[in-house]
Design a protein around this ligand. Structure first.
Ligand code: UT7
Length: 325
């Protein structure tokens, strides 16, 4: 059985920082409310005209450099995104052109905040089956373009960014197990209703602000905790491991209280939890990717460590990956 692991990592965060203090001037909110309810202090906002593929390309270049690969050696590019450059073609196609990765086949994954994990598991299958040797998996979002800046219940939560990894065969460690889940009966809790074939863009959809994220945060909260805990437990079982074997939990960064509740529910004793939500907010698919990149680049994750990636998002979808570093 081939072992598939990460050969290189990269990230890109737009320069512009939007603080809670600035949001206080835009909507009826407070730094105190945002910080205590979510853990967020600031988030990054992409520049005018900066699309998901632009962020993804910068993160991918870093990951390729670290892996020591030329763009032409990449066989597959997966971009996990819900804020792609266009409805079609896939954002991964724009990334391919930007990189000059002309030998790669490319597609996007729409699994919201669990997109990076769905992407990792998908790429792993292609490499295991021998369909390709090297895959780029990127989580990239420009959520600021679909955020309703008049809606205080959502606009304080989101940010922009991209994280990328190169996956390939490794001699030791790599992905040990995974689990992906979905409950399609709850699509109404978090979505962007306008602009698709259900509600094609019209004056009415724009007037009704249907081109922005709609979220019932409170209802999602409990499901997020339960789903992320369940995903972790199943993935651990599949790997033949226990909570006590895990050194690092790298969770999706939607809410610090969700992260704390998941860790508590699982009863992690030895594991440390990587958190960067205070700097970036919720970047959907990019959150787990960037958290992994930063945990590794900061030298926190050491060779041989067992790492749990765990995420939950619109769909509803959720998933976990266990890796040995
Ligand atoms: O990314 C994956 C999917 N997303 C999630 O998993 C998100 C899960 N949900 C959450 O993280 C939390 O539910 C939120 C952070 C979104 C909201 O926190 P909450 O503690 O669940 O607050 P709430 O929605 O129950 O609202 C409590 C109060 C309400 O006022 P009343 O009705 O009690 O008077 C809201 O109107 O807080 C009010 N509120 C705000 N106040 C100040 C909502 N947003 C704000 C705000 N500033 N930005």
């Amino acid at each position: 059985m081939k072992r598939i692991g990460i050969l290189g990592l990269g990230k890109y965060l737009p320069e512009k920082v939007l603080t809670n203090a600035e949001l206080e001037k835009m909507v009826d909110t407070s730094d105190e409310w945002i910080l205590t309810r979510t853990g967020i202090k600031e988030r990054r906002i992409a520049g005018q005209g900066q699309a998901a593929s632009d962020l993804a390309t910068k993160a991918a270049r870093q990951a390729l450099k670290e892996a020591g690969l030329k763009p032409t050696e990449v066989d597959m590019i997966i971009v996990a995104t819900i804020t792609g450059d266009m409805q079609f073609p896939a954002t991964a196609c724009f990334v391919q052109a930007n990189l000059g990765a002309k030998n790669a086949f490319c597609f996007d994954i729409s699994a919201a905040c669990a997109g990076f994990i769905y992407g990792l598991v998908t790429a792993q299958q292609f490499i295991t089956q021998g369909e390709c040797n090297y895959a780029l998996v990127i989580g990239s979002e420009v959520l600021s373009t679909v955020t309703d800046w008049q809606d205080r219940s959502t606009c304080v939560l989101f940010g922009d960014g991209a994280g990328a990894v190169v996956l390939g065969e490794v001699k030791s460690g790599g992905i040990l197990s995974s689990y992906l889940g979905c409950d399609g009966t709850k699509t109404g809790l978090l979505n962007l209703p306008g602009g698709g074939s259900r509600n094609p863009t019209s004056q009415k959809t724009v007037e009704q602000r249907m081109h922005y994220i709609k979220m019932q945060g409170n209802e999602l909260f409990k499901i997020a905790v339960m789903s992320m805990a369940e995903a972790a437990q199943i993935a651990l079982k599949r790997a033949g491991l226990k909570c006590a074997d895990v050194q690092w939990i790298i969770p999706h960064q939607a809410n610090l209280r969700i992260i704390d509740a998941v860790a508590k529910r699982l009863g992690f004793v030895n594991a440390k939890v990587y958190v960067n939500i205070e700097r970036y907010g919720n970047m959907s698919s990019a959150s787990t990717a960037i958290a992994l990149v930063e945990a590794v680049q900061e030298g926190l994750v050491k060779k041989g460590d067992i790492v749990l990636l765990d995420a939950f998002g619109a769909g509803l979808v959720w998933g976990a990956v266990i890796m040995e570093w």
